[in-house]
Write a protein that binds this ligand. Structure first.
Ligand SMILES: Nc1ncnc2c1ncn2[C@@H]1O[C@H](COP(=O)(O)OP(=O)(O)OP(=O)(O)O)[C@@H](O)[C@H]1O
Ligand SMILES: CC(C)(CO)[C@@H](O)C(=O)[O-]
Ligand code: BAL
Length: 282
């Protein structure tokens, strides 16, 4: 079993006892195979693996699901044990924010108010603030993040580069159900009917990728993705479906690109994305 600590004082003691290279995998708990894949990737690269389990209130809007977010620490610890984690840090809100809500937060820059940031104001200020705090507390050599949350991964990389945080950020490809649905803790909110409707996201990405492989231009790729998203009938409300530069930089897209989608399925907001290779001739 990994060592489990709940306070920053306990963490400091347990961290000091770790030797060799250290990796961190940050999570909000409710662990699934996507998280487990991150843990195994970390296990492969580092001598010691720290997992953090913290539902961060700072990144939830007032009408979001902070209260109902699943909290399953006992099951999570079993997943951590199975995947070979060495240390689990599962702090309380009071321990992470002893002075209450922090007045000083990381500014994610212009990308922080686009896409996810447009629908979830303040989201990336909250994410980057807690990620930076957890990096300071765990002092890892490597930090693993899933490509499922592609904008988050991009912004964490950018924060570490722009603020000289001495850590290697490693992205891990999205783990999916056999039918294509990206694993996500929020999938457990879906009813059986909604679970089928949710396939519209990955179907759209697949259609876009196929159109790109067939040599279609960006407009046709997006049109194919839109048509496929809508083909599942009513039940999902599209938030955005965009084709962008792989670093999420503004401007024209050519060659390697990223297709990103977000949609509401009933009361549940889901996101997904996939790499796309456009014919550079377009
Ligand atoms: N399907 C997945 N494949 C790869 N990585 C994933 C997957 N799902 C989550 N992760 C990664 O696990 C880390 C912790 O994510 P988190 O605990 O928020 O899980 P989640 O499933 O994304 O939850 P939510 O449904 O709340 O968005 C993040 O780096 C996230 O990108
Ligand atoms: C990175 C993170 C753990 C910060 O709370 C969260 O946004 C997540 O689980 O992706
Ligand atoms: N999985 C990213 C964190 C969030 O959606 O709140």
């Amino acid at each position: 079993m990994p060592v489990v600590v709940h306070t920053r004082a306990e963490l400091a003691g347990a961290r000091a006892a770790l030797t060799g290279t250290v990796a961190v995998v940050m999570t909000m708990g409710a662990l699934h195979e996507g998280h487990e894949t991150l843990l195994r990737a970390a296990r492969d690269r580092a001598d010691q693996v720290i997992v953090t389990v913290f539902v961060n209130p700072l990144q939830f809007g007032p009408n979001e699901d902070f209260d109902r977010y699943p909290r399953t620490l006992d099951v999570d610890l079993e997943v951590c044990r199975r995947a070979g984690a060495d240390l689990v840090f599962a702090p309380s809100v009071a321990d992470m924010y002893p002075g209450g809500e922090p007045a000083v937060r990381v500014d994610p820059g212009p990308l922080g108010t686009d896409l996810e940031g447009l629908s979830r104001p303040g989201f990336f200020h909250g994410v980057l603030t807690v990620v930076l705090k957890l990096l300071q507390l765990t002092r890892p050599d490597l930090a693993f993040f899933g490509e499922k949350d592609y904008q988050q991964l991009t912004l964490v990389r950018r924060m570490c580069r722009d603020l000289d945080v001495p850590v290697e950020v490693v992205g891990v490809p999205t783990v999916r159900e056999p039918d294509g649905l990206a694993l996500s803790s929020r999938n457990r909110y879906l009813s059986a009917v909604e679970r089928t409707v949710a396939l519209g996201l990955s179907r759209a990405l697949r259609a876009g990728a196929e159109a790109a492989e067939a040599g279609r231009d960006a407009g046709a790729v997006l049109a194919a993705a839109h048509a496929s998203f809508g083909a599942g009938g009513p039940g999902a409300r599209l938030d955005y479906l965009v084709l962008t530069d792989p670093d999420l930089e503004p401007g024209p897209v050519r060659g390697p690109a990223r297709l990103l989608v977000a949609a509401w399925v009933g009361d549940t907001r889901l996101i997904d994305n996939a790499p796309i290779r456009l014919d550079p001739a377009h």
